[in-house]
Design a binder for this molecule. Structure first.
Ligand code: F0G
Length: 466
């Protein structure tokens, strides 16, 4: 049995056509989009790996649940099913729906953030950092040492560095209002956090009397990695591991567009009733009444069902295998790719892929543009364009931790032949890598600049302006 391939544990009931484009068409489309892949129309993309967020296929049961959606403004039974499902899977009593993850973050930092406050996290995702900083707080990343090495095979590269966490808690004292753990660690390569590490974080939070919240977007993928990679956990069910993980936290923010298996939705959950009521009072002002929080009843139903499906072991085994398949083939061909494979995406190491380009020429963005030109693949830079820091006073820019290109795989959407196509396209770009030039930022918004910046492309050997 073990030699048989792991197959997609579903069959396809409804399909969407893909429009094929030619290279000259893509050249023109990219120029029109000012070299920002977010500005492309999705019908001009062949394989869209920009994100795994809200882009997955829903199951027949989710579509059926959508028909059951009750759109009452207050007290909808759809909210009851949503709340029960979150409680059943994660164990939290207080569940506050939001239209997506960043709205939950905004709500969370409306209380824990603010000027002079410090938020500690293994790695803040871009929206989490933006929400913390917009509130006036300082967001500090404390990822483990191994996460800095894209070739290290350490199984839990999403871990928090416990020594640095302790040092930060000592240094910032009362200013620290919240410790967060992002699982899996998206910006750090979709890498998991181990139970042991989370236990260590919890102990420090207890010692320093700080609340611990999880950024739980990909909690099921994380639990599957614990089962597969952590000593002593192989015989435990994912559902049980999920419960154990959440039992260590005081609350969580969640984007249901990821492991909620839905196209929209999110929530903030916690144990403290008083705090939850304060969140609810604030929720009404921006998101809506606490029994829908910016979502339609049908969306609540899709998430309720999705949370039950995402913890199924056959689904998670397929999900991990589909990412591993691509990572291993790229690695076999000598293409620099982040290992071990993460949970939701393939991360190309653009700093090594285009090692003739310094970070100031944004190798990640340059590579993402080439993948589109070569094969109509839309990926996303997670490097110095997205995460580089520009000092507001001096205007001096510092680079991100890594220069990565993320090919995020939407859930249950693409087949193995789509992945084979991607491998060939990446390989073709790799073979002509020496002729690829860098990019320059031409215009840039002040926050989340990757969404709105426009770029120029330069020829190989172009000198970087200092
Ligand atoms: N936290 C993490 C770890 C995320 O990956 C995201 C979204 C969010 C929070 C915010 O959730 O989009 O529902 O508001 N990540 C998407 C991505 C956008 O492409 O990785 P949201």
């Amino acid at each position: 049995m073990s030699k048989l391939p792991i197959i997609e544990p579903f069959r396809i009931k409804s399909v969407e056509p893909i429009r094929m484009t030619t290279r000259p068409e893509r050249e023109a489309l990219l120029a029109e989009a000012k070299n920002n892949l977010f500005f492309l129309h999705s019908q001009d993309v062949i394989i869209d790996l920009l994100t795994d967020s809200g882009t997955g296929a829903m199951s027949a049961e989710q579509w059926a649940a959508i028909m059951r959606g009750d759109e009452s403004y207050a007290g909808s039974p759809s909210f009851g099913r949503f709340e029960d499902s979150v409680h059943d899977v994660m164990g939290f009593e207080e569940v506050i729906p939001t239209h997506q993850g960043r709205a939950a973050e905004h709500l969370l930092f409306s209380i824990f953030g603010g000027p002079g406050k410090v938020i500690l996290n293994n790695t803040h995702f871009d929206t989490t950092r933006a929400n913390a900083e917009v509130s006036g707080a300082k967001a500090i990343d404390l990822s483990c040492l191994e996460s800095g090495d894209t070739a290290s095979l350490f199984p839990f590269k999403g871990n928090m560095d416990l020594a640095r966490l302790e040092a930060a808690l000592l240094e910032h004292g009362d200013a620290v209002t919240l410790v967060m753990v992002t699982m899996t660690n998206n910006a750090g390569g979709g890498q998991p956090v181990s139970l042991e590490n989370l236990r260590g974080v919890r102990e420090l939070c207890d010692r320093f009397d700080k609340p611990l919240y999880l950024d739980a977007c990909r909690f099921a993928e994380n639990a599957y990695f614990i089962q597969q990679r952590e000593e002593g956990q192989a015989d435990r069910e994912v559902r049980e591991l999920v419960k154990q993980v959440f039992a260590m936290a005081d609350g969580c923010t969640m984007s249901a567009k990821k492991d909620g298996m839905a196209n929209i939705g999110g929530f903030l959950a916690c144990r403290d009733k008083q705090l939850a009521d304060e969140f609810r009072r604030r929720l009404v002002v921006t998101e809506g009444f606490p029994t829908y929080g910016g979502l339609a009843g049908r969306d609540l139903e899709a998430v309720a069902q999705g949370l039950q499906e995402v913890v199924r072991e056959d689904y998670l085994a397929y999900r991990a295998a589909s990412i591993r398949y691509v990572v291993e083939r790229l690695h076999e061909r000598g293409i620099p790719v982040l290992r071990p494979p993460g949970g939701h995406a393939i991360f190309l190491d653009a700093a090594r892929f285009l090692d003739h380009l310094p970070w100031q020429q944004y190798p990640g963005h340059a590579l993402a543009l080439e993948l589109y030109l070569e094969g109509g693949i839309r990926a996303c830079e997670i490097g110095s364009v997205m995460l580089g820091h520009v000092d507001p006073e001096t205007g001096i820019e510092s680079p991100a931790h890594h220069e990565l290109v993320r090919l995020a795989i939407p859930r249950r959407t693409y087949t193995q032949s789509h992945m084979d196509f991607c491998i060939e396209i990446i390989d073709a770009v790799f073979r002509r890598r020496a002729a690829i030039g860098g990019v320059t930022i031409e215009t840039s918004p002040p926050v989340l600049r990757h969404f709105g910046a426009t770029f120029g492309r330069s020829a190989v050997g172009a000198v970087t302006a200092s």
